[in-house]
Design a protein around this ligand. Structure first.
Ligand code: FES
Length: 284
């Protein structure tokens, strides 16, 4: 199976951009069988990239090469958080092996693409905020919540019937948020609470056992979350954020308006990609 290749590395800073290109080109030449070699090449260009298995919301249409990584949800006293694994100094990543007994290792490398690998909160040892913080702009209901306020379960009480005129109502209630917030900002995520996610977590669909175990551990009360960065050219897509999504059959899916990639939030899949190395940190 060919590995996906990032076509659009680090967005910020020319030095980072160049280093990302070198890492990506070298890694793509290595291929699936060269994980060990990939590690050493990765070290030359940065830290902690290479072949990575992850769980995604599936890419089902358009030019995106793969799905977007799922962020395991944690509900802490009614507040929605994304789980960040423990930093493993030896491995150089934050990693939780065998997440939820799934056999899949959940790691910070899942988010190392599209320039996200340069975000300060994505560095494995970063002291960043794991609470999903309200970002206004995607959905009317979120303008009633203060920008940057924690998202809480009660905000989604109407999730079984919620709709906004795009596609069908009752498929779930979404929110845009930022995650891993530091003084430099956070990364974009989308959160969705849906009865369909409850059904998936209850084993009512036919998933491979590894993905099933992952989803049982990574979702809670029907909530699922993913890093909301299109794996094509890094736009920010959305579930029911674009009226025009109906023209592409994506009104009930996650739609990226840049080049019409479509993702299915109700189809978790296990994939591999080559995570980009993180540029060396120059401060803190
Ligand atoms: S489809 Fe091209 S950036 Fe999303």
């Amino acid at each position: 199976m060919p590995l996906d290749e990032d076509k659009y590395p680090a967005e910020t800073g020319r030095r980072r951009f160049v280093s990302g290109v070198v890492g990506s080109a070298a890694l793509s030449a290595v291929g699936v069988g060269g994980a060990a070699a990939a590690d050493s090449l990765t070290d030359a260009a940065g830290e902690g990239g290479g072949t990575t298995t992850f769980v995604a919301v599936e890419n089902i249409d358009g030019p995106a090469p793969r799905g977007m990584p799922i962020i395991p949800i944690q509900i802490d006293g009614g507040t929605l958080k994304g789980h960040w694994p423990e930093y493993d100094e030896e491995a150089g990543v934050a990693i939780e092996q065998d997440y939820g007994g799934s056999g899949i290792d959940y790691s910070s490398a899942w988010f190392q693409y599209c320039g996200i690998q340069t975000a300060s909160g994505i560095y494995p040892q970063a002291d960043a905020e794991n609470t999903f913080l309200n970002s206004q702009g995607s959905f009317d209901w979120q303008s009633d919540v203060e920008k940057g306020a924690p998202l809480t379960v009660d905000m989604f009480d109407d999730y079984e019937e919620w709709g906004n005129g795009i596609g069908s109502a009752g498929l779930g209630k979404p929110a845009g948020a930022t995650w891993r917030q530091t003084d430099d900002g956070g990364v974009p995520v989308q959160v969705l609470r849906s009865t369909r996610i409850e059904k998936i977590a209850n084993g009512e669909t036919d998933l491979p056992s590894s993905v099933q175990s992952f989803i049982e551990a990574a979702t809670d009360q029907g909530f699922i979350a993913w890093l909301n960065k299109c794996t094509h050219f890094c736009c920010v897509p959305g579930f029911k954020t674009q009226e025009g999504s109906a023209n592409f059959g994506a009104e009930n899916r996650i739609y990226c308006q840049c080049h019409q990639s479509v993702y299915n939030p109700f189809s978790p899949v296990q994939k591999q990609f080559v995570a980009l190395p993180r540029p060396p940190q120059t401060d803190g």
